[in-house]
Design a protein around this ligand. Structure first.
Ligand code: BES
Ligand code: MN
Ligand code: ZN
Length: 498
């Protein structure tokens, strides 16, 4: 997609399609009003007829509007002007891009980026519009023999800013949007690939591909033997139930000199989670191919970073294997020894994410991190608690939690904090080992984080439970690419602070 920034007059713009907003009830946005004037009041007359109220999501395509050089004019309903927030704005841009993609216009000039969105500036509007555009044109059809081809796909879009002096900043915003969009696409693609294609080996190859593309990213892949040497008994116990070799993938992004401690991102990379011997019910089990979306978000965020070239250091760590039932798999009651030396009673083999993460989190210590953030589709309980709108956030360092919440609000990829109080720790006690890997029915998301907290005492740490946000179910089944926008925003904020 060719994306540009312009500062032009809507009524003078020669383009296949000019896109402007209409508010409820039947009120023209500033750009629409200028076109109305140029066309001798055509738009206001049209609104009076009642075909376009400006309701959210409503669109109307007009051809050959007199008085303007554009071939088409797309009116997009934006709802009430006073209620125009990030969600409504995103919906308007989505409606516009979907319509453009479905009609003959191959290039467009969009004025929605001039709309008055509450508490957001031109930079934010442009970046969000670019991300949304890339999100809308993404297709996953590489495994279909007949591609769902769009006959005249949108090829080029220009976003307008009101003042010429804002063009430079808007171009920067567009570049950020494209970087985040690229990262999101990487994460979606990996998430959508089935378990028989996207194996731990596939993830390792993908990481190597990223390192080939960006010269300041280095990748190292640890094999089973290496993990044995490191005594990663918890991770390896999960991998034992599978024919696919496990991988521990490390990506190092160097954007600053070595004295700057890195941010370490750790992503759960279970490429299929059948539950192991504590096997899951059949219904919707296919969705457990998405159990590597934490890993995908790490690879996506490193891609965004490769594009943005921020002046910081970042390390991505991806522990990856399958969780399957097998004669060699973990059995309920088995006790394994983690890299930290702590022993774990595996009361439920389906609580495997924490088993692979705990060893990866111990491994993270050697990078001397400034902070560590893990990202995992960890608990079904998180879907019950927060649904699909917010990722769960738990942390042993309040300022880090605050920074992540802020980054979520800014990027529209939000997280909501849950408590990590000492009182919950007792649910993990075991009669036979240092801890059990499950904490009972109550507060499942919190006890999962409590388990991880026992392996992250040496650094500032936050955990993002993305079980509800990483993919959509039902008709719209597919990976969302979250939380790449949140993580990239957090890194952008850190880059700016320096
Ligand atoms: N990958 C799942 C969590 C999950 C389940 C995410 C459903 C999204 C939808 C994880 O490995 C798991 O199975 N967790 C168990 C933990 C339980 C056994 C304590 C769960 O949530 O049921
Ligand atoms: Mn599981
Ligand atoms: Zn899992």
């Amino acid at each position: 997609m060719d994306i540009r920034i312009q500062s032009a007059a809507p009524e003078k713009q020669a383009s296949a399609c000019v896109v402007v907003g209409v508010f409820e009830p039947r009120r023209l946005s500033a750009a629409a009003a200028r076109i109305d004037q140029a066309s001798g009041g055509y738009l206001s007359a049209l609104l009076r007829k009642g075909d376009m109220d400006g309701k959210p999501g409503q669109v109307m395509m007009l051809h050959d509007v007199a008085g303007i050089p554009a071939n088409r004019l797309l009116l997009v309903g934006c709802g009430k002007e006073r209620e125009l927030g990030p969600t409504q704005y995103g919906a308007a841009v989505t409606a516009a891009v979907k319509t453009l993609n479905d009609t003959g216009a191959r290039d467009a000039h969009c004025f929605l980026t001039e709309l008055p969105v509450k508490d957001r500036d031109a930079h934010w509007l442009v970046r969000q519009a670019v991300e949304t555009t890339l999100h809308c044109v993404y297709r996953f059809d590489r495994l279909k023999s007949e591609k769902d081809t769009v006959r005249n796909p949108l090829r080029r879009i220009a976003f307008n800013v009101e003042h010429k002096r804002d063009v430079k900043r808007a171009q920067k915003a567009a570049a950020e949007g494209q970087a985040i969009g690229a990262g999101v696409s990487v994460a979606r693609e990996l998430g959508n690939l089935p378990g028989n294609v996207c194996t731990p080996t596939y993830l390792a190859d993908e990481a190597l591909g990223i390192a080939r593309k960006y010269k300041n990213i280095r990748v190292k892949v640890l094999e089973q033997k290496d993990m044995e040497r490191l005594k990663m008994g918890a991770l390896l116990s999960v991998a034992r139930g599978s024919r696919q070799p496990p991988k521990l993938i490390t990506l190092e992004y160097k954007g600053a000199d070595a004295k700057h401690k890195p941010v370490v991102l750790v992503g759960k990379g279970i490429t299929f989670d059948a539950g192991g011997i504590s096997i899951k019910p059949a219904a919707a089990m296919d969705e457990m191919k998405f159990d590597m979306c934490g890993a995908a978000s790490v690879l996506g965020t490193l891609t965004a970073l490769g594009e943005l070239q921020l002046p910081i250091n970042v390390v991505g760590i991806v522990p990856s294997c399958e969780n399957l039932p097998d004669g060699n798999a973990n059995k309920p009651g088995d006790i394994v020894e983690s890299m930290s030396g702590q022993t774990i009673e595996v009361l439920n083999t389906d609580a495997e994410g924490r088993l692979i993460l705990c060893d990866a989190l111990s491994y993270a210590e050697r990078f001397n991190p400034t902070v560590v953030i893990d990202i995992a589709t960890l608990t079904g309980a998180c879907v019950i608690a927060l649904g699909k709108h917010a990722s769960g956030l738990l942390s042993n360092h309040p300022p880090l939690a605050d920074n992540l919440i802020t980054a979520g609000n800014e990027s529209g990829d939000r997280a909501w904090q849950l408590p990590l109080w000492e009182e919950y720790q007792q649910q993990l006690s075991s009669n036979f080992a240092d801890m059990a890997n499950i904490g009972g029915r109550e507060a499942g998301t919190i006890t999962a984080a409590c388990f991880l907290a026992r392996f992250t005492k040496k650094y500032k740490w936050a955990h993002l439970d993305i079980a509800g946000t990483a993919w959509n179910t039902g008709q719209e089944k597919g990976a969302t690419g979250r939380p790449v926008p949140l993580l990239t925003q957090y890194l952008l904020d850190r880059g700016r602070r320096r």
